[in-house]
Design a protein. Structure first.
Length: 80
């Protein structure tokens, strides 16, 4: 879905009510803004946490996911 959202001279913009309702932001709230090569992405805090957890889960199941393995790899990479 693509929507046109106007930005005021002071930098404020409004999310349409239907989107705020769908995202659980009816009473206000915070969103995270990420600038990418392709544009700007807005995520709710809940969406950002879920995304971070999914990324972490991918690496946590890796056999070298321990702190000790990380430090050993760092030492090996630095030539210690």
């Amino acid at each position: 879905m693509t929507l046109l959202v106007n930005i005021t001279a002071t930098g404020r913009m409004s999310l349409p009510a239907a989107i705020r309702k769908r995202l659980g932001l009816e009473g206000g709230g915070a969103v995270l803004l990420e600038e990418t090569d392709e544009g700007v992405v807005l995520r709710t805090v809940t969406q950002a946490v879920a995304r971070a957890q999914a990324i972490a889960k991918k690496y946590a199941s890796h056999p070298d996911a321990s702190v000790d393995a990380f430090l050993a790899n760092r030492r090996a990479d630095s030539g210690e």
